[in-house]
Design a protein around this ligand. Sequence first.
Ligand SMILES: [Zn+2]
Length: 351
Amino acid sequence: MRRTLALFLAAGLSCTCAAPAARAAPCLIVTLTGSQGGPGLFQGLAGPGTLVRYGDDGGGCAAVRLQFDAGRGTNMRLSQLGVDAGALHAIFFTHMHSDHTEGFIDLMQSRWHTRPIGPKLDVVCSADAVSPLGHTLSCRKLAAHVGDTLIQSGEIAQRISEDRTRPAGGPAELANVVTFEPRDAPQVVWTSGDVQVRAVRSTHMPGHASFRVDTPAGSVVIGGDAGSDAVAPPRASSTSEQVETLAHGADVIVHSVIHPVMAPGNGSGIPAPVYYRQSTAGDLGAMARRAGASHLVLTHLIPPIGADRLGRFRVPAVLTEADYRKPVEDSGFKGHIVVGTDLASVRLPAK
Ligand SMILES: [Zn+2]
């Protein structure tokens, strides 16, 4: 069943993609495809990403399949969920840091192999963002060059010589890039049937955006690595006011978190700006309480539970699950708390 996607964007772009709408008993499943934060590795955790599936109960809540960020190992986690890379309808990027994007290369190469003549993947992200320091963050270029290493190695040409149904331009040809200018007020960036995705500008690095998916079964906010616009203390909260506005009345908030054990002065070695551009669990709990959310899913845990190092940084005190959960409880948030692990899920309505 094919439906037309209306993309309400300044660019006026549109596309046609396969995304059947749900019928009876709508349901929503939010699953972490990776819970590791930052470029480091720890015990096989995948890099950050969230799969949002929506549909009807009879169809496994899977008529619409949206991926938010694609860190290292995303494709492996999707395969554990029975979701083929070629079966995603859209991917959304919060920002252009490698821990959130490097799995995109694998996803697009897989799609090129398995569904070379299938529908293009909507790649929804910020328009090019110029840093005050002079460099430019470009999701458009990331997508345009996603297959370049394999074009340069000769593999793309070799495989096309065997199967000419494959797009000659390689994996990049399977991307339909849709960009938007992030704003403080939520704007619609993607729709399909009764599913709507909105975005806001948020602070972490130039071009960072946070998203909200609304469906008849419920709503989920994907905060990404958002932090307060006030990039250092003193400040009321480490969280983003725009994300809080976006999250008002949402059911689920999925958000990156950093623990104060890594704060400047504690000996981790993390530069202060890198620490302060993330949100803490206590502040996220308070934000979720004010927003009225019923589920808070912490992900992109810096540091991971049990780690004594994080890449080149030291973890001054090895953390437990309770070290992330307790600050949320202490914030007064009364909802369901998930301290994220790979493949942790929230289903609406609960079964
Ligand atoms: Zn990150």
